[in-house]
Design a protein around this ligand. Sequence first.
Ligand SMILES: NC(=O)CC[C@H](N)C(=O)O
Length: 222
Amino acid sequence: MHAAVIVFPGSNCDRDLAVAFERAGARVSMVWHKDTELPAGVDLIAVPGGFSFGDYLRCGAIAANSPICRSVVAHARKGGHVLGICNGFQVLTETGLLPGALLRNARLKYVCKPVHLQVTTAESVYTRGFDAGQVITVPVAHHDGNYHCGDETLARLRGEDRIAFRYVDNPNGSVDHIAGILSENRRVLGMMPHPERMAEPAHGGTDGASMFTGLVDALVAA
Ligand SMILES: NC(=O)CC[C@H](N)C(=O)O
């Protein structure tokens, strides 16, 4: 299984994400935002967390218009897998691959702490390593994590079982406590919490590791 991790100026979770994939058995290529082509044979693209382009304009807005993102969008439109974590989730909403937007946290503060997440659906390659309803602990670290979408979109996300994770105690005001969502074909996932920061014992917990092992196993078997 070959994963590509996209790197923007200001990304700061790219190495963590690569290590989490490698520990789960994946081969990883780092891809600079100015590149236009993805490495041949890539199974999954991962858009990491951080402060791409200094969060200027809106978090993820400039990154979404970088050369590599044209290939990321094309990969997803062909049915490819794309995972966006934190700033990566913001980038995916800015590209239009996922609906909705990440607004400033309800209390206007940067929130950085471990949170409890309910795995809302296990029906995706990203969440198959968990049981539906399972509660896991992973950290959040963001100031724009307040997920917002219109009523119609929310009804579709619920009706199509596309809410991947919900906060047990909502830290940022997200509608319906949403922490992560899936695309219509369930192959694109965006989430604000950081599973890659809770993926080995030295992190203080390993709940996030199941996401990477479940994902790599699914894509190897595909
Ligand atoms: N850790 C992150 O990816 C942070 C994302 C973004 N810079 C924010 O604070 O909302």
